[in-house]
Design a protein around this ligand. Structure first.
Ligand SMILES: O=P(O)(O)OC[C@H]1O[C@](O)(COP(=O)(O)O)[C@@H](O)[C@@H]1O
Ligand SMILES: [Mg+2]
Ligand SMILES: [Mg+2]
Length: 334
């Protein structure tokens, strides 16, 4: 196969426009986000020379130490997303409050939620990290431009995606018509369609969880993992494998490639915060992608995309991936 065998990102998106009516404004916005991701990828690859792999002296609104590249990636998203005149507001893991780009937000305007750099504790280790984004189109004009105004359930997303900065740079996107994966052709400005129609098989024998938190788990999670670990002689009757990259983007990419289940459950230590991962810019976009690929995404107790957000940086428990496993975990909770 040569480069010419693959559609470019623009060619693919224009096909989405013709076949599904995806708006051209959204296509331009996605091209700008792709540019942000290409630039972030380059900045990560040159981070060891630029001395940007380490921490700053600052903490973000969640009390986490910011890496220099967290800030650089955030600046790239802010810069490129502001190009689109339909973008009314930006919500970032690295910013305390909503950034409003307009004086009034009309029906049809976009709100963009993003985690500019996910898994950033992996930076010094040269292990995969990524960026996550979610786009909601306003159905009604907003009367007040407050933080509360952007607390919109994930079911309202019109687009979600991520870029994975690994051995190659991937861009995976859904506009609600399946999930498609693109790879950056090194040395060019192009993302090419390399993984069309990504799907998550219903069954799997691979799970991902931070097992160091076992003593904090709720009983349904302990039961589920114990049964996986029991292998062929246990109730599941088969052997399970485990992975933990500590970068949600890499875990989701693995699940879209060969199936699996990813869990960061609410537990007795993180329960007072609601969980570990953030609803608006981590679990909602990934839930939309996983559902569009035929998988499921849950809080443990119900569908992630139905959750009504109550806070900009709200945290939540998550289990997502192969539908049979997500159903099983939910059944143990109920
Ligand atoms: O440090 P832990 O407990 O392994 O947590 C890892 C999780 O935290 C995250 O890194 C959180 O994301 P950020 O790096 O954007 O804060 C997830 O990507 C990952 O799944
Ligand atoms: Mg993250
Ligand atoms: Mg982050």
């Amino acid at each position: 196969m040569t480069k010419d065998d693959h559609l470019t990102f623009r060619q693919f998106m224009l096909k989405e426009y013709r076949e599904h009516g995806v708006s051209k404004d959204l296509i331009f916005l996605l091209e700008d986000i792709a540019t942000a991701c290409r630039t972030i990828s380059h900045k990560i690859r040159s981070g060891a020379f630029a001395g940007t792999l380490g921490a700053t002296d600052d903490t973000n609104v969640q009390g986490e130490t910011q890496k220099e590249l967290d800030v650089i990636a955030n600046d790239q998203f802010m810069l490129h997303c502001a190009n689109c005149s339909r973008v009314a507001a930006l919500v970032s893991e690295e910013l305390d409050n909503v950034i409003w780009l307009k004086d009034k937000a009309e029906a049809g305007d976009y709100i963009i939620y993003f985690d500019p750099l996910d898994g950033s504790s992996n930076l010094e280790l040269n292990i995969s990290v990524g960026s996550i984004f979610s786009i909601v189109e306003l159905k009604e004009p907003l009367t007040e431009l407050t933080d509360e105004a952007v607390l919109i359930p994930g079911s309202e997303q019109i687009c979600a995606g991520y870029s994975l900065y690994g051995p190659s740079t991937s861009l995976v996107v859904t506009t609600g018509h399946g999930v498609n994966g693109f790879t950056h052709l090194a040395g060019s400005g192009e993302f090419l369609l390399t993984f069309p129609n990504m799907t998550v098989p219903a069954a799997t024998n691979e799970f991902a969880i931070n097992a160091s938190r076992q003593k904090f788990w709720e009983p349904p999670v302990t039961r589920y993992i114990d049964e996986c670990l029991a292998g062929p002689d246990g109730p599941r009757g088969k052997k399970f494998n485990m992975r933990w990259v500590a970068s949600m983007v890499a875990e989701v990419h693995r699940i879209l490639t060969r199936g699996g289940v990813f869990m960061y459950p609410r537990d007795s230590e993180n329960a007072s915060m609601g969980g570990r991962l953030r609803l608006l810019y981590e679990t909602n976009p990934m839930a939309f992608i996983i559902e569009q690929a035929g998988g499921k995404a849950s809080t443990g107790e119900g569908r992630m995309l139905d959750v009504q957000p109550t806070d900009l940086h709200q945290r939540i428990g998550v289990v997502l991936g192969s539908s049979e496993e997500v159903d099983l975990v939910e059944s143990y909770h109920s």
